[in-house]
Structures are given as C-alpha cells and as structure tokens.
Design a protein around this ligand. Structure first.
Ligand code: ATP
Ligand code: MG
Length: 541
C-alpha cells in the first residue's frame, strides 16, 4: 500500500466525504500526453477503481494562448487507449462564471484587490523569502473601487497587462506563493471553448482548487512542485467556505534518456527533429502506441514504478522491460530477415517447396500455427554467418552445423564472393533426416537460426529505433548545451528486409515477434504495396 492509499483508507475509515473517493486527472490541453501523464492517469483512475470511486477528466484550460481542441481530442483518445474511462468530462472554462462570482465575493469581503502595478513591479514587491515583501500602493483601495475596476476589467476596458486581481493573503509569508498571489490577468485572446466571452482569465492557483471543489473531488493528487501551492489551495477553499478537497503530492516520473516537458517535446516537433508528436521515438502516449507498446505494458510500468514522495530518476530500460514482458504474451511470431544474405542448399531439390508448420505463439496455444514455405534458396541474417569464427560463435560457419528453425540441420560448405571479396551467397547441404518434429530429429546442434524462402519472401521497410538522446540526462544544461545538442543522430535506422509472404497489411496482427530479433508492429505509413514495420523493443537487452 502506498502513502496515498494509506491516506485514503484512513479517510474512508473516518467516513470523511461520506467515505467516498473522487479523483480527477487535470491536463492542460497545450500538448500531447507523455509517459509522465500516463503515470498520473494510472494513479488517479486506479485509485478511483480500487476504492469504488469516480475519476473525472478535467481540462485545465485557463491559458487560451497555448491551448487547442487538437490537444483536447488527443488527450481523450490517449486516456481511453490506456484503458480508462472518466466519470465526468469537465473544463475549468465551464467554471469561469462561478469563479468570477467568487472573486467578487472575495473583493466584497476585503480579501482581493485590483493592482495596477506592472508584472515587474509586482515581482519586485514580493521580495525574497527571508524578508517580508512590500505592499502594493493599490492594496488599500476601497471595496467599491475594487469592484468597479474588476467589473471594468471583465468588460474589456483595459489593455493586457495593465491590471490584475490579487488575493490579500499578506506580504510576509516565507512562501512566495502566499504573497498576495495573482488571481486574474487581462488577456484579450480568444479561448478555444469560450471564444471572445472573456478577456480576463483566472490563474492556475485560483482555478484549480475551486474546480476540484465544484466537482466534489475528495483527493486532489498532483506532483511535488505543487506542494508550495497547497497553502494557497487551502486558503481559497477556506476563504470561500466551499467543499475542501485534500491536495496530496507525489514525485513526478522522471526517466533517463528522456525529455518530459511538453514545451520541449513541442520544440522537437516544430523544429522537425522527429516525425511528429507520435514519432515512435517520442515519450508521448501516441508515440509509444505507434512504437508498438501495449496499454497493459504502460499500466504495468506505472504500477512497477510505484508512488514516491521524493524525486527520483527511473531507468528507461524498465519501460522496455515492461513492453517485452507483455508482448511476449500477446505478439504473433513470424520470421523476418532484416539484413539478408542468400543461403543455397545445394543438395535440396531444385523446384521443391515444402510447407512447414510454424507456431504462432508458444505462450498462447489458441494462436495456432501457420505454413512457412521452405525451398532451396533462403534468406538468412548476415550476422548469423561468419567466415572466421571463434569458439564462442555457434551460428553458421564453414564446416559447422546449425538448425534452420522449423526445418532441417544444415552444414555450411563454402561461400561465393564478388570481385571485392563480399559474400554473395553461402552454400550448405541439408540432412533430410533431421526435419523438425520428425522421430529421427533428435540430433543436437548449438544454434537455431531463422530464414525465409527467397522465392516467397516479401520485401518490407523496417524502422529500427534507438534512444532519441545520447545523453542520460539530456535536460541537464549545466555545461551550456541544450537538449537539442544531445539528439542521437542514429536514433532511426531504416532497413529493407524480408518478411513472410502471408503477412499482409490487411491481415496484420497488432504485434509481432520477429523471431530471434524483437517485437515489431506495422506503422501507420504502411501501404498494401509497401509494408512498414516499427521495432518496439529488442528481444533481450
Ligand atoms: P509538462 O511539465 O510536461 O508540461 P504539466 O504538468 O504542465 O506537464 P499538465 O497537463 O498540467 O502538464 O499535467 C496534467 C497532470 O499530469 C498533472 O496532474 C500533472 O501533475 C501530471 N503530470 C505531468 N507530468 C508528470 C510526470 N512526469 N509524472 C507524473 N505526473 C505528471
Ligand atoms: Mg501543468
């Protein structure tokens, strides 16, 4: 049980909130969700499920400058893909009128005032944590004057940045967020939902807790950087005497080799360092989906990482481990040769095709079997042959035997080379008595390799991915570099290889294991003429 569950169970025991649990996931629709958000989604929806409660989806859309419906739609798609369904869908912008009414209420009770100072003057006045700040010269305006000015702010009489509404919390708290925080700013910008209805917009701190309160949220879970905002969250709820949810902070997910700020991910997209938000190298949920991650593997990852109270950095290989573990259960096996070299079985009949049986998924007998054609000329992986092999190399080399998966034991005899000394074909002989599954096939060899019939195999584009950054902490710019400087130039390698002929775009399974290589999925850019695969993760580390 993690510390948040402990808090919740105590609350249930004490029948706080009538022993109900109501959480929410509150994204700002200013970008696509990433693996860090997935962590928060699994936590909030997971807690609601565990305690028979509800979880809302609330768009924290209080900054019209950066927000867009494109992001709203993608966020909904990603949450559902992860396997969660919200109880209610809300928008902070739906509460603008209520928030405004409450703001007038605070003004009337002498708890908020209109300040004409510039942003710089306000910041300077806040001072430093060790010394009280200085009060704004506008702090002691009368209630009437404040009400009049605030109404005129709403009516659009003032230009952006000329006035703000501030809460009167005092100027001496060591917590800078508690020094007369700004509640409203003027922004003559259309909002993606409210259009031109408003030209004043509430700040995060004034909107968030009140939105939680309106929705009857019981536990408002957020990341550690909001710990210093909690006194303000509490202050507004107390001042307005409204339902008071409990804010609980946990450590955000950090992954090495990974950037997780929406602003920086946006920069990668805009500067075309990647193919888009859903580039398979991106840590976005849509990127992981395109890469071939399963929702289950991401949920398992979130569970494995757990909930911490202190910031830490998780090794990205844990995410890859979770992908592998789940894909092993669900992926359809197939043979593919990514870097081909021709193997000719000299003693195999010239025009013969044998239909061999291959298992689709040893982890799932229901997946059945398929036919793989075997002929005299095969593609094998270039790396599975070595002309000069040391004792540790058990795959194909002249004079040695290997098994061809589902087929026969072969012995390599010689190679053909072109004038530059490159191998153009490998020659071997096969032993007909060693057919896989036959009674006499109990002879042991040290290695089994995969193959495809040259005559039958189909061409495919195969995209291999490496980490997008070659630094474990690409965000670390103490040496004056930017995360852009740490992009790995070899993060995408495109290969043209061969796949089984029965694998078509129309009948493609969601996930494949290319035997002996790794897990792959069909990319959205695939066409019936040219199938394209993304490598999700290799078989082993
Ligand atoms: P970013 O810093 O990437 O822009 P954000 O915190 O501004 O992210 P929001 O849309 O405000 O993005 O986040 C929605 C929810 O997801 C918030 O509750 C936030 O705390 C949570 N969240 C964001 N990033 C992480 C992370 N890395 N780990 C866990 N939770 C996260
Ligand atoms: Mg945020």
């Amino acid at each position: 049980m993690n510390f948040i569950e402990e808090i919740i169970e105590k609350d249930i025991e004490n029948r706080k909130n009538d022993a109900k649990v109501h959480t929410r996931f509150p994204p700002e629709p200013n970008g696509y969700l990433h693996i860090g958000h997935a962590k928060s989604i699994c936590l909030n929806f997971g807690l609601a499920k565990k305690y028979n409660g509800l979880c809302n989806l609330r768009f924290d859309d209080t900054n019209p400058v950066k927000e867009d419906v494109e992001y709203v739609d993608s966020i909904k798609e990603d949450i559902q893909w992860l396997g969660f369904q919200w109880a209610e869908e809300h928008y902070a912008s739906d509460y603008f009128e209520q928030l405004y009414i409450w703001a007038e209420d605070l003004i009337q009770r002498g708890l908020a005032y209109v300040d004409d100072q510039t942003q710089e003057e306000i910041s300077a006045g806040r001072g430093v944590p060790t010394k009280p700040g200085t009060e704004s010269p506008y702090r002691n305006r009368t209630v009437e004057e404040n009400l009049d000015l605030f109404r005129r702010m709403r009516a659009g009489e003032f230009a952006d940045g000329t006035k703000v509404l501030r809460a009167k919390t005092g100027m001496s708290s060591p917590n800078m967020h508690m020094r007369d925080p700004i509640m409203y700013r003027i922004l003559h910008t259309a909002h993606h939902r409210t259009g031109d209805q408003w030209c004043i917009y509430p700040m995060y701190d004034y909107a968030h807790g009140q939105s939680d309160s309106i929705e009857g949220i019981t536990h408002s879970i957020c990341t550690l950087e909001f710990e210093v905002h909690r006194p303000l969250y509490d202050w507004f709820c107390e001042a307005l005497q409204i339902h008071h949810p409990q804010q609980i902070e946990f450590a955000r997910l950090n992954l090495n080799y990974t950037i997780m700020s929406k602003r920086k991910l946006m920069q990668l997209v805009q500067e075309k360092h990647v193919m888009g938000w859903d580039d398979p190298r991106m840590p976005t949920i849509c990127g992981l989906r395109r890469r071939g991650y399963t929702p289950q593997s991401i949920r398992n990852f979130a569970e494995t990482v757990g909930i911490a109270k202190r910031d830490n950095i998780i090794d990205v290989s844990l995410l890859e481990f979770c992908a592998r573990e789940d894909l092993n259960k669900v992926a359809t096996r197939t043979m593919a040769v990514l870097d081909p070299v021709k193997l000719i079985i000299d003693n195999y009949p010239d025009h013969q095709t044998e239909e061999l049986n291959a298992v689709n998924n040893p982890e799932n007998p229901e997946a059945g079997t398929r036919i793989v054609p075997f002929t005299k000329e095969l593609w094998i992986e270039r790396a599975d042959f070595r002309e000069e092999a040391d004792k540790k190399f058990f795959r194909l080399t002249i004079g040695k035997e290997v098994r061809l998966k589902y087929a026969y034991i072969i012995c390599c005899t010689h190679v053909d080379k072109d004038e530059n000394g490159n191998i153009t074909a490998i020659h071997a002989t096969y032993d007909p008595a060693t057919k896989s599954g036959s009674a006499e096939s109990n002879r042991k060899v040290k290695a089994t390799i995969h193959w495809l019939s040259v005559h039958h195999a189909k061409e495919a584009e195969i995209r291999l991915f490496d980490r997008l950054f070659d630094s474990s902490a690409p965000d670390d710019n103490e040496d004056g570099t930017s995360f852009i400087d740490h992009l790995n130039p070899n993060s995408l390698i495109v290969q043209h290889g061969w796949i089984e002929e029965n694998l078509t775009l129309e009948n493609a399974e969601p996930h494949y294991q290319f035997e002996r290589i790794g897990y792959f999925c069909v990319d959205k850019e695939a066409t019936p003429q040219k199938i394209v695969f993304n490598k999700t993760v290799s078989l082993k580390q």
